[in-house]
Design a protein around this ligand. Structure first.
Ligand SMILES: [Ca+2]
Ligand SMILES: [Ca+2]
Length: 113
């Protein structure tokens, strides 16, 4: 899996994209929050296709559907992804940064000296 792909996957797993969809459908005043009042308006008649209820999406039961709820829904998948990929990719990145930093320091030292 390359870096770009991983970034996209991780972004998807933050719940952000799901919230963008639901925001488009239900967030009438575009404040990033969907209270039951907005949800039940069902202004694009998407509810019958989605087959979900307000309480099913309001995972943390604060009476508002927002990105936080989708993040909680996606959390188990995110953990799986991190376990499989992050340590190796992270280590290579750090190695590259160290390599580049050292080279720059040597160059600067030579010019200054
Ligand atoms: Ca709203
Ligand atoms: Ca909530």
């Amino acid at each position: 899996m390359n870096e770009g792909m991983k970034e996209i996957l991780e972004w998807q797993l933050t719940g952000g994209p799901s919230m963008i969809n639901y925001g488009t459908w239900f967030d009438e005043n575009e404040d990033g929050k969907i209270p039951e009042e907005e949800f039940s308006k069902d202004r694009f008649k998407t509810l019958s296709h989605l087959g979900v209820s307000f309480s099913e999406l309001d995972i943390n039961k604060d009476k508002i559907i927002n990105e936080e709820d989708f993040r909680i829904i996606m959390e188990p998948y995110k953990l799986e992804l991190s376990d499989a990929n992050t340590p190796v990719i992270g280590a290579i990145e750090i190695q590259e940064v160290i390599k580049i930093s050292n080279k720059e320091n040597i160059t600067i030292d030579i010019f200054e000296g």
